[in-house]
Write a protein that binds this ligand. Structure first.
Ligand SMILES: Cc1cc2nc3c(=O)[nH]c(=O)nc-3n(C[C@H](O)[C@H](O)[C@H](O)COP(=O)(O)O)c2cc1C
Length: 369
């Protein structure tokens, strides 16, 4: 374990990264979730050393707030059975049905301002997050966020839940044209950088990202979780009763694929934030190599606690030291080394090493034997 004085700005400069015009002291972002509803949770993420902390999102929808009172969470082991919630859980899949902050907008904004001040003292960026319900209230709230002096805005238009939640509570935008329109609306409303969080429930993630950047987004956060349904063998009903947001460590390669394909489509000059499936510092490095300039961790921190952030930073710093590279050097290296299938060498019956031995009797050609 590293000592407390390595927290925050005490870490080495090799971890610095840039998201558009903003500098982060390191690329580890504590991403929104229930553990970042209360000020004490937000302060904990800041004290754990995160480069940025995204607070729990809000919008104007009462249905979205109400949803928090119906929210449920379960950690699942590799056999899809529940495992105890907490730091000792095995590598877990999280099945959740979440809602938005219980705070009214004025209280939420006051909390954002206080958290931004606390974050600034620790060289951390506090990121207020709005989830789209309807366009006009989103613009009004964004202007209030800017007027309150906040330094950046995350605009989530890709929650997993739109098809399952009350109508108009949250959005899952699937069309590049609409992503462009909504991003432009926000970018024209405020001068602070706008980070747009997009859905992963699409085969068009790079096109959604391209549309957001073309409309002026300073970063695109990719990508939101999928929906899943898990039948319970005892009750024969869905676990938690509904389709739910589903995520876990296994999502990492899917996110890395979206990062790499987006980087290939857009070029290296765009600040991508990787999210969905990072659980530790090695995963942060993997997402950086796939093209992210910073990486969000949410479920793993909510499940296991703030030490996930501290350990991610320590691991990432050790990795950079071992490789004698900075975070900036890592960004996109695996993405840029990615080949196409036809570029790969011809191998001699390589596939035969990957199939099971035939059953006895299966080698004969005579069906009568
Ligand atoms: C219980 C829970 C609550 C969440 N709440 C929010 C939220 O308020 N705003 C938001 O933008 N994302 C929210 N997310 C999404 C996470 O920030 C993140 O995008 C997602 O969980 C994938 O990353 P992970 O694998 O690190 O968890 C939530 C996720 C979970 C599991």
């Amino acid at each position: 374990m590293h000592s407390g004085n390595q927290r925050g700005s005490g870490r080495s400069a090799c971890l610095e990264t840039r998201i558009g015009r903003l500098r982060l002291k390191n690329p580890v972002i504590a991403a929104a979730g229930e553990h970042l509803i209360d000020a004490a949770g937000i302060r904990s993420a800041i004290l754990a050393g995160a480069g940025a902390v995204v607070g729990k999102s809000t919008n104007e929808s009462e249905a979205a707030k109400d949803q928090l009172t119906r929210a449920e969470y379960v950690a699942l082991g590799p056999d899809w059975r529940p495992v105890p919630w907490g730091p000792d859980a095995p590598p877990a899949t999280l099945l959740t049905r979440s809602g938005l902050t219980p705070l009214g907008f004025d209280d939420w904004l006051a909390q954002c301002v206080a958290m931004d001040r606390f974050a600034a003292r620790h060289d951390c960026l506090y990121v207020p997050s709005l989830i789209l319900a309807a366009p006009e209230p989103a613009v009004r709230m964004a202007k209030a966020v800017e007027a309150a002096g906040l330094r950046v805005l995350e605009f989530n238009i890709g929650t997993p839940y739109a098809s399952q939640a009350a109508q108009g509570a949250v959005a899952t935008e699937l069309s590049p044209a609409r992503v462009g329109e909504l991003t432009r609306m926000m970018v024209q409303a405020v001068e602070i950088p706008v980070w747009v969080k997009i859905t992963g429930q699409s085969e068009r993630v790079p096109e959604l990202a391209a549309a957001a950047f073309a409309a002026g987004a300073e970063s695109v956060v990719m990508a939101g979780r999928a929906l899943g349904l898990l039948p319970d063998l005892d009750t024969m009903a869905p676990v938690l009763g509904t389709s739910c947001g589903i995520g876990g460590w296994w999502n990492l390669p899917l996110t890395c694929h979206w990062l790499a394909t987006s980087r290939a489509a857009l070029g290296p000059g765009h600040s991508l934030i990787g999210i969905n499936g990072a659980t530790n510092g090695a995963d942060v490095a993997r997402m950086l190599l796939a093209g992210a300039s910073a990486v969000g961790l949410s479920s793993e921190v909510m499940l296991r606690g703030w030490s996930v952030l501290e350990e991610a930073l320590a691991t990432l710093e050790a990795y950079c030291r071992d490789k004698d590279l900075t975070v900036a050097d890592l960004i996109g290296r695996a993405a840029d080394a990615r080949k196409r299938f036809a570029d790969m060498p011809v191998l001699d019956q390589h596939w035969k090493g990957f199939i099971p031995a035939p059953l006895s009797g299966a080698m004969t050609e005579n069906e009568d034997d």
